[in-house]
Design a protein around this ligand. Structure first.
Ligand SMILES: [Zn+2]
Ligand SMILES: [Zn+2]
Length: 272
């Protein structure tokens, strides 16, 4: 992978470029999707390094930031862009940004590996500036990049304003944090395991019209079959599968490349 300091950049064949941040355990990914006129910037990373400068060096098209959702690790450089879209339920999170007292704890030694933080980034004072969105993203919207269109699907559960982008022509899906390899945290107060069930059902349907899936964390790319398996597993859990591990706070269901973490009493027949 060509290294750009803090960032790794991988170009895929269909005009999709991944910007990864492997130095942090979150292993977040952002994407550029090139149209003829505009480039969609799917999330802006975790606020370390010059993400906006990197985007400018990678594409001469007009950037339009499209947010999968507004958790801090996806909005790091949004304030550096002019056009920024987000689902209305998370517009306030984007406006608020992320203050130093909440941001700083994410840079403890337990979250970092041997890749050094870029010079000039000081976790003791760093914060993510807020950004007023220029427009709202809603289910059924389309984003016209010139010769390339992204369809917007509202896929809440992980967070209330989660969206998935579909490039039907390129047969590519960008599910944000709705689907990735690794632990799916659905026990947090902001998670909605009931809404997530419906989102996974929709994603399993969309899996039929794509060949490649670009998630916002961990292994990339995933396959449509990965989504189908996650959907099947989640339905199995709702049908009463016994957790592999259980505490007062969460039930953990372990599968091979992923796991579901759910709050007891908030999923399954009890929640219906
Ligand atoms: Zn998230
Ligand atoms: Zn995330």
């Amino acid at each position: 992978m060509p290294s750009h300091g803090w960032f790794d950049v991988v170009k895929f064949s269909d005009g999709v470029t991944m910007i990864a941040e492997p130095g942090h355990y979150e292993d977040v990914k952002s994407y550029l999707v090139e149209g003829e006129r505009d480039v969609a910037v799917l999330d802006t990373g975790m606020g370390v390094g010059d993400f906006a400068g990197l985007v400018q060096s990678l594409s001469d098209r007009d950037p339009i930031v499209v947010h999968s959702h507004a958790h801090f690790d996806h909005i790091g450089a949004s304030f550096r862009f002019q056009r920024v879209l987000v689902h209305p339920t998370e517009a306030d999170d984007l406006r608020s940004g992320y203050p130093n007292e909440r941001f700083r704890p994410w840079f403890g030694a337990e979250y970092l590996n041997e890749i050094p933080l870029p010079g000039g980034f000081n976790p003791d004072v760093a914060e993510i500036s807020g950004k007023e969105p220029t427009a709202m993203l809603n289910h059924d919207d389309t984003i016209d990049l010139g010769g390339r269109t992204l369809e917007v699907f509202h896929t809440p559960g992980h967070s209330p304003g989660g969206i998935t982008l579909l490039d039907r022509e390129a047969r590519a899906l960008f599910p944000g944090d709705a689907v990735y390899a690794g632990p799916m945290f659905s026990f947090r107060p902001y998670s909605d395991p009931v809404a997530y069930r419906e989102s996974l059902r929709l994603l399993a349907e969309l899996a039929d019209v794509v060949d490649v899936v670009y998630p916002s964390h961990n292994d990339v790319p995933l396959t449509p079959q990965n989504i189908k398996r996650m959907h099947k597993a989640y339905e199995e859990i709702w049908a009463g599968r016994t957790p592999d591990e259980s505490t007062a706070e969460r039930d953990i269901f372990q599968y091979d490349s992923f796991s579901f973490w759910l709050a007891p009493g908030r999923y399954g027949t009890v929640a219906e």
